[in-house]
Design a protein. Sequence first.
Length: 153
Amino acid sequence: MLTLENQKGKQRRVPVTEFYLLPGKTPQKETVLEPGELIVAVTIPAAVHARRSTYLKVRERASYAYALASAAVGLDVQGGTIRSARVALGGVGAQPWRSREAEKILTGAPATEATFRAAAAAALRGAQPRSENRYKVELAQNTLVQALQKVAG
């Protein structure tokens, strides 16, 4: 949950899932932030999968360039089995993309490369890349697999 505050001190709370906007009729507007508003707090609920998490960003150069692909993952692994998972991808669309499909594949499955590859395939199954960014599908899948391997340890 995000807490936003305007110049007059008035606050409003917005779920993270509603913060980013799709291009639609206002492609110049990427978020629900109004002029003069700032994010003043981020509330992250306690969750077992948040104890072991990572963010991996792949970019063209080492500077502060935007992500070509990124993955944020959290896993609760006990005895080699994934008990719960959260997966989000970045750099592959107009907004961060949570993959419930990947989460379903991961939950209850063994923490193995085969499971991670199946989850990555599920995460990008509906992708509709353009000819100039088709490479991002494989890049995003590999980024997700690498992030999952890192978190699973």
